[in-house]
Design a protein around this ligand. Structure first.
Ligand SMILES: Nc1ncnc2c1ncn2[C@@H]1O[C@H](COP(=O)(O)OP(=O)(O)OP(=O)(O)O)[C@@H](O)[C@H]1O
Length: 813
């Protein structure tokens, strides 16, 4: 709607007719409307109603909407509407409230305005006021609202006569022009107004300039009341100047703000771009929402302990305020990833069915009868307690005897998850307990990693080679491991990285070791030891037939028909190529056979390859061990030794070097204890030569050399005492032993035979060397009796209290 005649509506019946919202055009943006204003020179009424205004005075040069209180001014406006001229006097009354206002609060000078587009709303009346001319009150006709006064209209000079006024006028015009580009508020329409004023009409120009400043009400009223135009201009110029300064300052500030905004927008834009690229490349890791979603989702299935929940909340909060690209975000996210990946409150149910356990153990292992029985007992105990957690099993034995494989079977029998790691190679404590989060690239320790992997709180965790940990550990090895293993401490195990306590007490720990010697006492005390001693040839045969060979064939997708290994050949592999306590070496040799046979199958396009004793060397080369000839000759005796590699036969040789002088020499890399033991043997034999039927002065003219072969292998311990004594005595008596016989036992200076360790391993070693007669210390009788029947079968054993008993056995025949 564009009603070009402002008077149109109000002309009918006062302000009611103008009550039409559609008439409320934006008059200021429409230059035509301004042009159609009533000329200011029109005759003005002598009597006018008064309207007080509060913020600032109204100037004759102004056209502006006014809003007034309806209840208060309705009557006044109705009367104005009824006048033919529609003119009202607007007067500035300052901050005086409506209620405290009376006629005395009105200034003498105000502006007569023409009322256009009158419009009444619920609370207020709006109209557009067109400033006409200053009025001066001459007489009050009504001192109560509606205020009515008699006025006169002071004359404005039409033209500026003198130079000075023109100069002021030019200054004002320039000032207004200066304002235009700085302050967008004074837009096009201001320019339009400006064109209407010329330096020749300084009055309206000055009023206009005053009107567009943001000067205070009283200052402006002062301008309004100043009638001489030169004086008025002097008052307006500083106001205009101030306005320009303020506007310039504002525009500078807004420029700065704009620049900052732009910079921020640019950053935002770049970050968004980066996200898009990351998403496209599939590395959109920093996406906070995704991260938080992932973490929350994981937590849904967990029962997180309170103290962990607190930490989670803290860290999630932290995540929500960190910049997604920042390093702190990365570390916090990583930490939360760990914390939410652990199986808080998740356990698997134990299967404590002994029948099932036996089945699993038998299926995976040949032999090991006593080991399996111990494990079944252990599980039975757990079944009564209702829990096997908190126990520590130690499987000790030489390499390749199936410790790992037994550990796995325990887990399977129980229906628990299995995780294994070696503590043997660990360089520092942090590998178990983690690094503090402040470290760059910090990680939790192995235990926490295990939990993340198995996803239950009660797995079987195997700690391999705990006997090797003391040698290469930084920090305090024993106490770190104790913390993990000790049921009293591991209820709230603290990983440095995680920094919240975890309960390890539901874990069943299975440790492995080759020997007990280097395991710290406090640790050893807490463990259920189960010994795996190594296998005799018959056992190895069964293991190879039932497990190793089928496993190897299956791995290469071959059948027994394609590669046929005869029993005799397998036995020869065991005897000639793999004479160790365990079956590692055996497995390796069998693997060599499979590889070579596979080549043959392909190259010769054969359907089957047969491996027998005759052609075995084609596959494995010459045997490493020949069938042991029974050691013969004076001064040669077979001892029995026990090392971390298992039991072994240990030949000992004594020889007379010359008869020029007396003397005794030892070789064979013997440790201190073993050297002392050799000296005891020498002294003992020398002191009892006559008693054992040798020449009493034998040693007076003999330089004797005692050697323990495999000279490069270090040996130690007192258990070769009787063997060395026997070797020296055999030399002195000039009597060879002449039959397969092995012995072990510590000897004291007074000829007593003391017990030794590793009876089982030693018996196995003897059998492996096809020696079926042994001499053991009397005090070891129980150890022997407890051996499984298959080991005792066919064995002749002599138990010795004193060396005399040994000599009786050896030299009686
Ligand atoms: N009694 C057994 N019955 C069947 N297979 C066995 C037996 N003992 C060992 N094995 C097999 O021999 C191989 C070596 O065993 P395993 O790795 O368990 O030995 P280990 O004692 O843990 O050795 P290490 O101490 O060197 O780790 C495995 O393939 C295992 O399955």
């Amino acid at each position: 709607m564009s009603d070009h005649d402002f008077d149109h509506d109000t002309d009918h019946d006062g302000w009611h007719a103008g009550n039409n919202a559609s008439q409320n055009d934006d008059y200021r943006s429409d230059g035509e409307q301004v042009n159609s204003l009533v000329p200011a020179s029109e005759m003005l009424p002598e009597r006018i109603y008064l309207l007080p205004i509060h913020n600032r005075p109204f100037f004759p040069a102004q056209v502006q909407p006014l809003v007034i209180n309806r209840e208060r001014w309705e009557e006044t406006m109705r009367r104005v509407g009824n006048t033919p001229h529609h003119t009202i006097g607007v007067a500035f009354v300052g901050e005086q409230g409506i209620d405290s206002l009376d006629h005395e609060g009105f200034p003498a000078i105000g502006t007569a305005v023409k009322v256009h587009k009158l419009k009444s709303e619920e609370q207020q009346i709006q109209f557009i006021a067109q400033g006409m001319q200053r009025f001066k009150i001459q007489r009050w006709l009504s001192k109560e609202p509606p205020y009515l006064v008699e006025v006169t209209y002071p004359k404005e000079p039409v033209d500026a006569e003198d130079e000075e006024t023109r100069a002021y006028a030019m200054a004002i015009i320039n000032g207004i022009k200066e304002l235009l580009p700085i302050n967008p508020l004074y837009g096009e329409e201001l320019k339009h107004y400006l064109n209407r004023f010329s330096p020749h009409q300084p009055g309206p120009l000055t009023d206009f300039a005053a009107a567009i400043t943001s000067a205070k009400g009283p200052e402006l009223q002062d301008v309004l009341t100043t009638l001489p135009v030169a004086e008025r201009m002097q008052k307006v110029l500083p106001l205009l100047r101030k306005e320009i300064d303020v506007a310039m300052l504002q525009s500078e500030i807004s420029e700065q703000v704009n620049a900052q905004m732009q910079e921020r927008q640019r950053e935002f834009f770049l970050r968004e771009q980066l996200k898009v690229i990351q998403r496209e490349l599939g590395i959109s890791k920093g996406d906070r929402e995704n991260d938080v979603d992932t973490f929350r989702k994981r937590l849904e299935t967990l029962t997180v302990p309170e103290h962990v929940q607190e930490r989670l909340d803290e860290e999630l909060n932290k995540l929500s305020v960190l910049e997604t690209g920042s390093p702190e975000y990365g570390t916090t996210r990583n930490y939360l990833d760990w914390l939410t990946s652990l199986p808080w409150g998740v356990t698997s149910e134990d299967q404590l069915d002994l029948g099932h356990a036996r089945k699993v153990l038998d299926r995976d292992h040949d032999g090991l009868k006593d080991v399996k029985e111990r494990i079944v007992e252990f599980l039975a105990e757990g079944a009564f307690k209702g829990d096997v957690g908190g126990s520590i099993v130690l499987l000790v034995g030489p390499p390749g005897v199936g410790k790992t494989s037994v550990g796995r079977s325990i887990a399977e029998a129980l229906g628990r998850k299995f995780y294994r790691f070696s503590v043997g190679g660990m360089r520092d404590e942090a590998e178990i307990k983690g690094h503090r989060r402040t470290y760059i690239g910090a990680m939790p320790g192995k235990l926490v990693q295990a939990f993340k992997e198995v996803k239950v709180e009660n797995p079987v965790i195997m700690l391999d080679e705990i006997d090797k940990l003391g040698q290469s550990f930084q920090g305090d090895p024993a106490s770190a491991l104790l913390e993990v293993l000790d049921p009293e401490q591991n209820i709230d195990f603290l990983d440095h990285y995680l920094d919240v306590r975890m309960d390890l007490s539901k874990v069943l720990f299975v440790c492995t070791a080759n020997t007990l010697d280097s395991i710290p006492g406090p640790l050893l005390d807490r463990m259920e030891q189960i010994r795996l001693s190594g296998y005799i040839a018959e056992e190895k045969l069964l293991i190879a037939k039932h497990h190793l060979w089928p496993k190897l064939l299956k791995r290469d997708n071959l059948s027994k028909q394609q590669i046929n290994l005869s029993d005799a050949a397998l036995k020869q592999v065991i005897e000639g190529y793999a004479r160790e306590a365990g079956v590692r070496q055996l497995e390796k040799q069998l693997h060599r056979i499979v590889r070579k046979a596979a080549v043959k199958l392909l190259e010769e396009e054969a359907r089957t390859v047969k491996i027998s004793v005759k052609n075995l060397e084609e596959y494995l080369g010459a045997p490493m061990f020949r069938k042991e000839k029974v050691l013969k000759g004076e001064g040669v005796v077979t001892g029995l030794a026990w090392t971390s590699m298992g039991g072994a036969t240990l030949p000992i040789e004594a020889g007379k070097v010359h008869t020029l002088d007396r003397g005794f020499k030892l070789t064979g890399k013997l440790g201190d204890v073993m050297q002392e033991s050799a000296n005891i043997a020498y002294s003992y034999v020398q002191g009892h030569l006559k008693e054992y039927g040798a020449k009493a002065d034998f040693f007076d003219k003999a330089f004797v050399h005692l050697h323990v072969p495999e000279g490069a292998t270090p040996k130690d311990g007192p258990s070769a005492g009787v063997t060395m004594t026997t070797a020296l005595l055999s030399l002195a008596k000039g009597q060879a032993i002449g039959r397969p016989l092995a012995m072990t036992g510590e000897l004291t200076l007074t000829g007593q035979v003391l017990p030794v360790g590793g009876i089982r391993e030693k018996v196995i070693a003897a059998r492996r060397s096809e020696i079926f007669e042994v001499i053991l210390p009397e005090a070891n009788r129980r150890d022997f009796d407890e051996l499984p029947d298959y080991l005792k079968e066919g064995m002749t054993v002599h138990f010795a209290h004193r060396y005399k008993d040994v000599a009786n056995v050896v030299f009686s025949k």
